[in-house]
Design a binder for this molecule. Structure first.
Ligand code: ARG
Ligand code: ZN
Length: 435
């Protein structure tokens, strides 16, 4: 699968910078429900590759009853679907034209102010996000600090915003880290980080609860941790996941080599690096890099956090509506305070989230709820840095009948922001109470 996958292979390397965005016209999103061990093993063999079809697993196979989302090219769709039928796999075609879903992801311009410039209910360019952060600093110089924590492969700034209230409580402040966009195509994550920033700033003057949180906590928020990948997903390939490390080549057959760009930054942290759920094939979506912390983006985050270790670490992803607790590298592996601290707080946070619009989240470790994955940032934050509360949040949507996966329509950005902020407040509250 990885050999042929168009979202993996770096088909873009030998073309001009003006090259157009990759079209997903007539690509299908197939949603499969594996009902037997045999079903599951078959899907896993396709995921691990090599596969006869060009597939991109949005939700890899996990367990019986765990929904698998996979996209397939127009030319492979008929044979792939026939194959599923012959193996008695239960599936639906959730999206018949991925390109149309990509168009529909953006709101009608009719409802909108001129398309240029930043908006909290839109998916914005990196440039507009950075301009908005600078505007927030100009307007709120006593609450906002901008920190350049490093640069990406393509020399984009990793711009961190620090937010805190004007008052200094006795006993000093605690801190909370939030990053988003470690995976390029998960656009709702940076959008949600921006909405959290907005809620904290506007809430400071008018909401005593938020004022208290802001006065006691320093919030460090990195809205786009993978800026190269983010821009690449906007301009070239909507389904790009990794960063943009220049292509690494590997031998394929006798004299052919295959070169692919990108490292999965959420497999690049030093936590059981290079073991379960990470690939050493540079063409695979979960390539963990040549070694742990080989990437400028993960290095910058590591260096900052080692110097400024927070009491809570939250990393925003999409999709599937899960609140994930360490550890994700192995099934049934938990930090010692999993049952006494991490899980109870996660349950309270997701309850607060649920109470806003009835959005349901599952709570557990990534390994138990989905698949094992090593080298993840939240596992590293808990296991190596000893951050008390480390979580990974998989935002909307769920992979239900209707969900569009990574292509969450812009109209859901505000509600996702509001409900997620309620959960963040629960974690923040706990920091104030406990530290
Ligand atoms: N979807 C995320 C990723 O692939 C989350 C992984 C969470 N951890 C896990 N063990 N499943 O990086
Ligand atoms: Zn992700």
């Amino acid at each position: 699968v990885a050999l042929l996958n168009p979202t993996n292979a770096d088909f873009n390397d030998d073309v001009s910078p003006e090259e157009e965005r990759h079209s997903f016209r007539d690509f299908k999103l197939v949603r499969i429900n594996p009902e037997t061990e045999e079903n599951l093993l078959y899907l896993k063999s396709l995921y691990d590759g090599p596969s006869p079809y060009e597939l991109d697993f949005w939700q890899p196979p996990t367990r019986i009853g765990g929904i698998v989302d996979v996209t397939v090219t127009p030319s492979d769709a008929p044979i792939f679907v026939k194959d599923l039928e012959s193996k008695n796999l239960n599936y639906i075609v959730a999206l018949n034209d991925l390109e149309q879903a990509i168009v529909n992801e953006r709101s009608e311009d009719l409802y909108h102010h001129p398309q240029e410039g930043f908006a909290y209910d839109r998916y914005n360019s990196l440039d507009d996000i950075h301009k908005e952060l600078k505007r927030l600093k100009r307007e709120n110089p006593d609450m906002v600090t901008l920190i350049d924590i490093g640069e990406s492969h393509e020399n984009r700034t990793l711009l961190l915003i620090k937010l805190t209230g004007r008052r200094n409580p006795m006993g000093g402040k605690v801190s909370m880290w939030i990053d988003a966009g470690i995976h390029a195509r998960e656009w709702i994550a940076p959008a949600t980080a921006m909405n959290i920033i907005k809620e904290l700033i506007t809430g400071y003057e008018k909401d005593p609860t938020i004022q208290k949180l802001m006065d006691h906590i320093e919030f460090y928020i990195l809205p786009v941790m993978n800026p190269d990948g983010y821009e690449y997903s906007r301009l070239k390939n909507r389904m790009w996941r990794k960063n943009r490390r220049p292509a690494t080549c590997r031998r394929r057959h006798f004299h052919s080599t295959l070169c692919c760009a990108g490292v999965d930054l959420n497999r690049n942290f030093d936590w059981f690096w290079g073991s379960a759920g990470a690939s050493n094939d540079p063409c695979h979506e979960t390539y963990g890099g040549p070694q742990s912390f080989s990437e400028p983006e993960s290095m910058a985050v590591r260096d900052f956090l080692e110097e400024n270790t927070p009491q809570a670490f939250i990393t925003l992803h999409s999709y599937s509506q899960m609140w994930l607790i360490p550890y994700g590298h192995r099934k049934r592996s938990y930090p010692q305070d999993f049952h006494t601290a991490l899980r109870p707080l996660a349950l309270r946070a997701t309850k607060a989230l649920y109470e806003v619009y009835g959005t349901k989240y599952q709570v557990g470790t990534g390994a138990d709820l989905m698949y094992e994955a090593s080298g993840g940032s939240h596992d590293w934050a808990k296991g190596q840095l000893n951050v008390p509360y480390a979580y990974l949040i998989e935002l909307r949507p769920k992979n239900s009948l209707m969900g569009h996966g990574f292509l969450l329509p812009e109209r859901e950005i505000p509600a996702t922001g509001i409900e997620t902020f309620e959960a963040i407040k629960v974690v923040a509250d706990e920091l104030v109470a406990q530290f």
